[in-house]
Design a protein around this ligand. Structure first.
Ligand SMILES: NC(=O)c1ccc[n+]([C@@H]2O[C@H](COP(=O)([O-])OP(=O)(O)OC[C@H]3O[C@@H](n4cnc5c(N)ncnc54)[C@H](O)[C@@H]3O)[C@@H](O)[C@H]2O)c1
Length: 310
């Protein structure tokens, strides 16, 4: 049952109490969305909870004249993620967009990593994206079947340069964020038939999560989280109705389109069976044809030196 009758589009943003999620929420409110603001209020490492950041963002959105409700649940909880989707529908009567943004860091080298470091990173960053996507997908599939028409909805999932280019010292985070990117392409293909688009964003911004490594005032000014939000508004909007299953990196005034891994070179054996020695002969030549693997630092350099446009 709908509490607020509204033709305004409705979106859910996870981890919207601070940093990038808060900016996404403010930008979407400005674009006319009513919003569900999810945030557990956890520390960078996923521990603890605090209801005040999400409540503060709801108050800011209401001051802008839009409607917003708080959801303080842990997004890695499958059932709570279902209740989050239901909350949007019960409160506003519809759901048009889902921005999976909540994330944590528990950086350790593999040799130092604890089981808890691994489990919590995978839980929040990967399962915390899969769970709301699952429930939203089921809701939109049902709606599309009932109405007999595509639903015209969109999802933006948050990956990271670390997941795309393999950040050293972040095996748990890189694995989760690479999983987010790959899972999003699967979702984009599966959900297209219901009229749901799924795209992926690797943001770069100085926030509580990154201020420990991005320390200078220059970086703080260049990498303002508010500079990333326009791509989220774009990807949820009809302006991006042809954009599905794509990966973007954005920050510091630069937007980049990112290819997922593609095969680049291959050799077929005439009788179908390679010997170990033959493989040792040909593999260096196959590798020569590949691009040098990028790392997150090089990607950041590229971001800072990309071609300029007014
Ligand atoms: N800041 C960057 O440069 C950068 C780079 C790459 C990727 N990212 C990703 O962007 C997203 C936002 O990061 P940020 O920099 O704004 O960090 P942030 O710490 O400012 O915000 C993350 C928010 O997620 C919330 N959260 C954590 N665990 C949660 C849970 N279990 N359920 C619900 N909410 C939870 C936190 O309370 C916090 O408010 C994250 O997914 C992060 O991995 C950020």
């Amino acid at each position: 049952m709908s509490i607020i009758k509204s033709e305004a589009p409705v979106a859910i943003i996870t981890g919207a109490g601070r940093g990038l999620g808060r900016e996404h929420a403010l930008a979407l409110a400005k674009a006319g969305y009513n919003l569900v603001i999810n945030d557990l209020g956890a520390a960078n490492d996923g521990s603890g909870s605090d209801a005040s950041p999400a409540a503060q963002v709801v108050a800011e959105i209401e001051a802008m004249g839009q409607k917003a409700v708080v959801d303080g649940s842990d997004i890695s909880n499958w059932q709570a993620a279902g209740q989050l989707i239901q909350k949007a529908v019960d409160t506003f009567g519809r759901l048009d967009g889902l921005v999976n943004n909540a994330g944590i860091l528990r950086d350790r080298t593999l040799a130092n990593m604890t089981e808890e470091d691994w489990d919590l990173s995978i839980a929040v960053n990967l399962k915390g994206t899969a769970a709301p996507m699952h429930h939203a997908a089921a809701y939109w599939r049902e709606l599309s079947k009932t109405t007999g028409a595509p639903v015209n909805a969109a999802i933006v999932n948050t990956t990271s340069a670390s997941g795309l280019y393999s950040g050293t010292g972040q095996a748990n985070y890189a694995a989760a964020k690479a999983g987010v990117a790959s899972m999003s392409i699967v979702a984009a293909r599966e959900l297209a038939r219901y009229g749901v688009r799924v795209n992926v964003l690797a943001p770069a911004a100085v926030t509580r999560l990154t201020e420990g490594v991005m320390k200078t005032e220059e970086l703080r000014q260049k990498l303002n989280p508010a500079f990333v939000a326009p791509i989220v508004v774009y990807l949820l909007s009809d302006l991006a109705s042809d954009i599905n299953g794509r990966v973007f990196e954005m920050g510091g005034g630069t937007v980049m389109a990112v290819d997922m891994p593609q095969p680049k070179s291959g050799l077929k054996h005439s009788n179908g069976i390679w010997t170990t020695e033959q493989l040792a002969d040909v593999i260096p030549g196959l590798l020569d044809k590949l691009n040098t693997p990028m790392n997150p630092g090089e990607a950041m350099k590229l971001m800072m030196t990309a071609a300029e446009i007014n």
